[in-house]
Write a protein that binds this ligand. Structure first.
Ligand SMILES: [Cu+2]
Length: 401
């Protein structure tokens, strides 16, 4: 590190890991999204402690499997070499906080979220990770602890209008499994107070990979996913390509490509777009406007609790209308955190090391905007911190550095 760089480096302490990784802190890599960007540096040390990126918690297996009587057609499911994995997940309203860089404050929120066995309250708006293998029989006991919504009915003519926001179900995004019965059946509605056991029979030939799960009940999907109801679903596989004598080679699992590397840290990045709003006395979204009268941010005050409870607000600042994401000033979160820092303590979180290859599994679990993921080196020493840059100004910030 040159003398000039040392002098310019206002945040050397917490950039040590980056310096080690990249040799010179002026080449700090940033991740940039088109329209929504974040960089992984620049926090004040005190806040860095609370905003270190961690993988979402892993959902532990249920200790005792529930009793289950297989239907005749399902009796063969747990055949030779197959493993039963059972998990518990509930859906609840969760009171928590989300950092709001543009307003330089922490907003109180009350949102729907998945709660799993032993999962942390630290980042409630990313669901716990489910890990399975090809050939597994996976059972998920889904309990809907949301309150009943009175008069929640919809006529067939209005079926495509948002409705019954506390009804839910469970969809596994990308798995090669049955879409019927108690499998990945998006036509089910698990209503408030109900519990349902899903069973996903993952074929033995299923490839390893990064998948995710979320509710997919017609009428409430976007609202629930936008509340943070999404989690990673990882299929691990250890099969190498083999000569099969017919098509030359069978496919191998991607997990084996870097199998020779030991201690390769793996990070899961669940990108979400949680577009909560705080309301005024008329039920309208509280906003900040520029001099021309354009909405530039949704705001919350100390006494407010942000939520996602409707698609269209009475005053026209439609919560889910097109073009509202940019106006809201919200940031894409990563594992439930806003502009987190990627840095490890070596104990709970893998340390960032120079020359170390890492596997990153990125999942776009947002419903409000597209994301174009980029990894860049900064071209010059960074002045100040991106952690307080407004969402609308992040494009300029990235271009500058
Ligand atoms: Cu999906």
């Amino acid at each position: 590190m040159s003398k000039t760089n040392q002098e310019n480096c206002r945040y050397r302490g917490f950039l040590e890991d980056w310096g080690a990784l990249l040799g010179n802190w002026s080449y700090i890599a940033v991740v940039a999204f088109i329209s929504v960007q974040m960089a992984m540096l620049g926090a004040q040390p005190a806040q860095a402690l609370t905003n270190i990126l961690q993988n979402p918690p892993q959902l532990p297996l249920r200790q005792e499997t529930t009793s289950y009587t297989a239907l005749p057609s399902q009796a063969k499911v747990l055949g030779q070499g197959k493993t039963l994995k059972e998990f518990d997940l509930s859906i609840e309203y969760i009171n928590s906080r989300i950092r709001n860089p543009g307003e330089r404050r922490i907003d109180q929120v009350r949102l729907r979220g998945y709660v799993g066995t032993n999962t942390s309250e630290d980042t409630p708006f990313v669901a716990p990770t489910i890990e399975v293998n090809p050939g597994d029989t996976v059972r998920v006991n889904l309990k809907n602890n949301l309150p009943i919504v009175p008069n929640c009915k919809v006529s067939p003519e209005k079926i495509n209008e948002p409705h019954c926001f506390n009804g839910t179900n469970l969809h596994t995004h990308g798995l090669w499994i049955s879409p019927t019965g108690n499998s990945d059946n998006v036509l089910l509605s698990i209503n408030p107070g109900e519990e349902f056991q899903y069973e996903f029979n993952i074929p033995p030939e299923h490839p390893a990979g990064t998948f995710w799960y979320h509710p997919h009940r017609h009428g409430s999907t976007a609202l629930q996913v936008a509340s943070g109801m999404a989690g990673a679903l990882i299929v691990h596989g250890d099969r190498k390509p083999e000569a099969d004598g017919i098509n030359q080679f069978t496919h191998g699992d991607i997990d084996t490509l870097l199998a020779g590397l030991t201690d390769m840290p793996e990070r899961i990045l669940v990108l979400q777009q949680i577009q909560y709003a705080c309301l005024d006395d008329e039920g309208e979204i509280k906003v900040r406007k520029d001099l021309a009268g354009n909405v530039v941010a949704w705001v919350c005050d100390d006494e407010d609790t942000g939520g996602i409870e409707f698609y269209d607000s009475p005053g026209g600042n439609g919560l889910f209308g097109p073009g509202t994401w940019d106006k809201s000033g919200r940031h894409t979160s990563i594992n439930g955190k806003i502009i987190p820092i990627i840095r490890g303590d070596g104990a709970h979180i893998p340390r960032v090391k120079a020359g170390q290859i890492e596997r990153w599994r990125a999942i776009h679990a947002g419903v409000r905007d597209t994301i174009s993921l980029e990894f860049r080196k900064s071209q010059r020493p960074v002045k100040g911190s991106i952690r307080y840059v407004k969402a609308s100004e992040q494009d300029d910030w990235i271009q500058k550095y």
